[in-house]
Design a protein around this ligand. Structure first.
Ligand SMILES: Nc1ncnc2c1ncn2[C@@H]1O[C@H](COP(=O)(O)OP(=O)(O)OP(=O)(O)O)[C@@H](O)[C@H]1O
Length: 292
């Protein structure tokens, strides 16, 4: 269990994280979402003991995390800067990771390098942006750390590499259950991985809930444009799109079951809502109003 108690992170007069309280039970995949500058990296740095919170405490299994060798050994934090020697070859980087971390699986690392088409003899400084991110994912997954934190680890990766990344996170999590925290701006493509979602907004926790519960906060309604227009009148529409005479609207909140039954009888269909749409709605100050 990871507990954050009144955690604040300040840089001089700037408060990046403000009195955050969170309980994160172990053995789940968490998605950490938030707009640019909302404090995700600052919070993760405190969580990973890379930074002492300006106020408050981070506890891992009841023990103070900061400068705690036991906690640091069981935590792997992959961030933008990667914390590796630029002139090293990838095979050397993996070797060092193996020396530093007893749980590091060198065979799995070699398999992942191959999956991401990374040449083990290449030097870190010669990698492209996306390849560097892939190396971060290799190090993060092969570390098999009980707490694995991947901070925007997809940056620059192409669609194939990202899909490999998500597939491997899920497969390796199922084979070796542990706690993952992934921060991302590519919400929809990764949302299915998350068991729980934490949304930060201007340094504060706006929401922490099961992904399914979050999806249940809204509903999509699809059907003939006029009928959908009639149904959404007076309701909050998060987004909508039309194709030919068909319109799909995403609504905030769950309509009354009797209204849904009547609408279904009239040919409208209802479905779950996307996490990204809810995120945009919850973190932007101007939701769309219902229109006919
Ligand atoms: N070293 C620093 N010195 C001063 N201010 C900082 C520093 N690092 C971050 N900040 C500020 O703290 C706030 C939170 O930054 P942080 O990087 O934690 O946000 P983020 O949610 O990770 O953002 P993004 O999604 O854009 O990466 C921002 O306003 C940022 O300008």
């Amino acid at each position: 269990m990871i507990e954050l108690r009144d955690v604040s992170v300040r840089y001089g007069r700037k408060t990046a994280v403000s009195e955050v309280n969170l309980d994160l039970p172990a053995g789940k995949i968490y998605g950490l979402l938030g707009r640019n500058g909302s404090g995700k990296t600052s919070l993760l740095s405190a969580l990973a003991s890379y930074r002492r919170p300006s106020t408050g405490r981070v506890l891992v299994n009841g023990a103070e995390a900061y400068e705690n060798p036991e906690v640091m050994r069981s935590t792997c934090f992959i961030r933008d800067s990667l914390d590796v020697t630029e002139t090293d070859r990838l095979q050397g980087v993996c070797k060092v990771a193996g020396w530093l971390r007893p749980t590091f699986d060198s065979e799995y690392a070699a398999k992942l390098l191959d999956l991401f088409q990374l040449d083990p003899r290449e030097r870190v400084m010669r990698l492209s942006r996306g390849q560097k991110s892939a190396l971060g994912v290799v190090l993060g997954l092969a570390a098999r750390a009980p707490l694995t934190i991947l901070d925007e680890s997809y940056l620059g990766m192409d669609a194939v590499a990202r899909s490999t990344f998500y597939r491997e996170v899920l497969a390796d999590y199922l084979a070796h259950p542990r706690t993952f925290i992934l921060s991302t701006h590519l919400i929809e493509e990764v949302a299915d991985l998350f068991e729980r979602v934490v949304i930060l907004d201007r340094g504060r926790v706006l929401l922490h809930e099961e992904t399914e519960q979050l999806r249940g906060r809204g509903v999509t309604v699809t059907g003939p444009a006029a009928a959908v227009g009639e149904f959404v009148t007076g309701r909050t529409v998060l987004s909508e799109r039309s194709l030919g005479g068909i319109r799909e609207a995403t609504l905030d909140g769950r309509p009354d079951p009797a209204d849904v039954a009547r609408a279904e009888a009239a040919g409208l269909t209802f479905g779950p809502v996307g996490v990204q749409e809810l995120f945009v709605h919850l973190t932007s100050s101007q939701p769309l109003e219902a229109t006919r």
